[in-house]
Design a protein around this ligand. Sequence first.
Ligand code: FE
Length: 207
Amino acid sequence: MTVYQKYEPKPLKPQLLEMPGFSKKQIEEHYQLYLGYVNKTNEVRQKLETADRSTANATYSELRSLKLGEDYAWDGVKLHEWYFENLGGKGGAPTGHVASLIRRDFGSIERWEADFKATGLAFRGWAVLAYDMHDKCLHNYGSDAHDVGVIWCAMPLLVLDVYEHAYMIDYGIKRAAYIDAFLKNVDWEVVNHRLHEMPGAPPMSLE
Ligand code: FE
């Protein structure tokens, strides 16, 4: 089993506290929630070092509980880090290589954006623009919780948190207005960087 190593949280980018459409309180509260997932990841992984493997059981066991907790907390850490990282930009239309791939795989930027927004309304946790290494295409995937509906071998490029905690303070139950505000603050440079850095990145020849 993995030897425990403490995971340190990523700092909050100061520009996220100045984003149009998002109050300081909304972002600060959301960041506190992220810190909770980091703490739980560390707590669970520490307990996993000494958990009883001899009683492992798929209905209930200490090991099962801890591993389920690890899936949920660690996916929560990753998704929130990607979410905060892909905010704080100028928003607007996608740029660069990712824009070319969106046009290729969705037909147009408008068709992608309509599908991305609708995905954000159709799921309870996350909407993710991802590059799927299996069919080598972009897709908008949805997920009801950090550890539910995860697609294997799909690299997240743009991550949108649609849990109520992400927008309730500023938008009440108006999720569509929150998604519009999110899209006005996307950092497309970060999205393009993810695309270029990932293993098996598609060739740039589409430009
Ligand atoms: Fe969240």
